[in-house]
Design a protein around this ligand. Structure first.
Ligand code: CUA
Length: 190
């Protein structure tokens, strides 16, 4: 190969390499632009759209009437066989202090706060929510094995925060249903 042909060869190769490089750079920028657009759309969409389901409740009238009066708190068996647990988190305790639920059942926790933000966290599960005054927090859960779970408040709510906790007791479904026959609202508060 003469020197000239090889030089021609080299510059042709360089041009090809540069072309391929530019093409890939363009593709990379396009991919990044798509990701940024998706993230921006998701963020703006979430910020501008109302939440799918927001339930409000007057925090100052929680104890006076409606779903969260004291006699309605605790666990209730629903017609479809699921169990609803209604609870209040207030400075500095939960009511009921001990919640009882059956195994192998869809459990719906419905909780509210009359004062400040509290946490609703059941240890050993993925239940972790906030109780925001003015709103009903609804959390679904299912427990496979009987046992006690600690439920500490995990949002700083004041000087008594450290002492704010409850227990969630999981018992056998058959035992639970037997208890529920005689009492419409169950708890394990002694
Ligand atoms: Cu309630 Cu921290």
């Amino acid at each position: 190969m003469s020197q000239e042909t090889s030089a021609l060869h080299d510059s042709r190769g360089e041009r090809l390499a540069a072309l391929v490089e530019r093409r890939w750079a363009t593709i990379c920028v396009l991919i990044m632009a798509v990701f940024v657009a998706v993230a921006a759309f998701a963020g703006i969409h979430q910020a501008t759209m109302p939440q799918a389901r927001v339930e409000t409740v007057s925090p100052t009238r929680l104890h006076l009437g409606g779903e969260f009066v004291e006699t309605n708190l605790g666990s209730a068996v629903e017609p479809d066989g699921s169990v609803t647990v209604r609870a209040i988190g207030q400075e500095y305790s939960f009511t009921p202090q001990c919640m009882i639920v059956p195994t192998d059942t869809l459990i719906t926790f419905r909780a509210a706060s009359p004062d400040v933000i509290h946490g609703f966290l059941i240890e050993g599960t993925n239940v972790n929510a906030m109780l925001v005054p003015g709103y009903v927090s609804t959390i679904a859960a299912r427990f496979d094995t009987p046992g006690d779970h600690l439920m500490p408040c995990q949002e700083f709510c004041g000087v008594g925060h450290e002492g704010m906790w409850a227990t969630v007791r999981v018992i056998d479904r058959a035992d639970f249903l037997k208890m529920a026959e005689t009492k419409p609202r169950l708890s394990c508060v002694e």
